[in-house]
Design a binder for this molecule. Structure first.
Ligand SMILES: NC(=O)c1ccc[n+]([C@@H]2O[C@H](COP(=O)([O-])OP(=O)(O)OC[C@H]3O[C@@H](n4cnc5c(N)ncnc54)[C@H](O)[C@@H]3O)[C@@H](O)[C@H]2O)c1
Length: 312
């Protein structure tokens, strides 16, 4: 019996529920939102759709009762106010950090013992905050981090080269935000390196062009529909699936940083092995010198934001 709870069920949270149902990943999905009318409506809409998913699941409308989420295997945090992040994810800092405070202690007191996948922005700050407020094992609090940004990087590289996104291994690291960077030294197309692909295709792949596409791609979507939903819901579902199925996939997620190139004490994205216990291992790549500098810069940006809201 797999149980997933979702806090915040507007664009992102509801699409996570839909993705979970399409992939038959959960037997019970608990929806929770301070907008209790919305929460009831989303629950009703999902139950109306139940005949069309591969198999049935129970949808439980928890309204604003976080305690009802205590028995879940995975809790997803999609509580936010996305309009505040319209031009910069840091714009949501004081909103989402306050929202996390409304539920963190309540889920601890209710006895929640599963894994948290937090999506709300600024992602690394909120992941750091939730781990700090709950005191949970850092491996059990995962930020969706640069999972989606890495998919955006692959999208841009696929467009340029014609290779399928799934044949490209290319990751954004650090902050889910403007200070993130492409781990250019480790990109492969199948088993081919960037210089090999450039020689074979005659293309010159300009790193900054692709970094910009990965970092700002979400705002392209946002401008047209005032949210992103399919891409984040599917990338978060990949992380949730890895936990529920103990899949041990390697993907970049925001995780607690403990002496990585001298940085500690905040969440940031690195390649991680994700399984039933959350982040099973952090797999630190051997970064090029310029990437190490970018790593320090991105951690400094996240740390500065954490200090603005720290109360744990
Ligand atoms: N990490 C990523 O890659 C990524 C991508 C897209 C969106 N996001 C973030 O995900 C969050 C949700 O996005 P959205 O478009 O659905 O936002 P939204 O503003 O449309 O909806 C947020 C929902 O959260 C609810 N909520 C607010 N405070 C709550 C609380 N304390 N408890 C329960 N529910 C609460 C609101 O009532 C609302 O229904 C935002 O922070 C957004 O920036 C992250």
């Amino acid at each position: 019996m797999k149980k997933v709870g979702i806090i915040g069920v507007n664009h992102v949270g509801a699409h996570v529920a839909n993705a979970l149902l399409y992939q038959s990943l959960a037997d019970e999905i608990y929806l929770c939102d301070t907008n209790t009318t919305l929460c009831a409506a989303q629950a009703n809409d999902l139950v109306d759709a139940m005949s069309f998913y591969p198999r049935s699941a129970r949808i439980i409308d928890c309204a604003d009762r976080y305690e009802d989420l205590a028995g879940c295997d995975v809790l997803v945090n999609a509580a936010g106010h996305v309009a505040a992040a319209a031009g910069n994810r840091d714009g949501e800092l004081f909103v989402t950090s306050a929202e996390a405070k409304t539920f963190a202690q309540r889920i601890v007191d209710a006895g929640f013992a599963g894994v948290i996948v937090t999506i709300a922005n600024p992602n690394d700050v909120i992941a750091t905050e939730i781990q700090g407020l709950t005191g949970y094992d850092p491996r059990k609090v995962i930020g969706s981090g640069t999972t989606l940004d890495s998919a955006r990087l692959r999208h841009a590289l696929a467009d340029a080269t014609g290779f399928d996104q799934r044949s490209i291994s290319a990751w954004m690291l650090g902050e889910h935000g403007f200070s993130e960077f492409a781990c250019w030294s480790h990109i492969t197309f199948g088993s081919l390196t960037v210089p090999e692909v450039e020689r074979r295709t005659g293309l010159t792949l300009d790193r900054s062009t692709f970094e910009t596409a990965a970092t700002k791609g979400g705002f392209v979507t946002y401008q047209g529909k005032q949210c992103t939903e399919y891409s984040i819901a599917n990338s978060a579902t990949e992380i949730i699936k890895a936990v529920l199925c103990d899949a041990h996939i390697i993907t970049p997620v925001s995780t607690y940083i403990d002496d990585v190139y001298g940085e500690s004490g905040v969440y940031a994205s690195l390649p991680c092995e994700v399984g039933a216990r959350g982040v099973e291992r952090v797999l630190v790549p051997e970064l090029a010198d310029d990437e190490v500098q970018r790593w320090h810069d991105t951690c400094a940006h996240i740390r500065a934001n954490v200090e603005k809201v720290r109360c744990w």
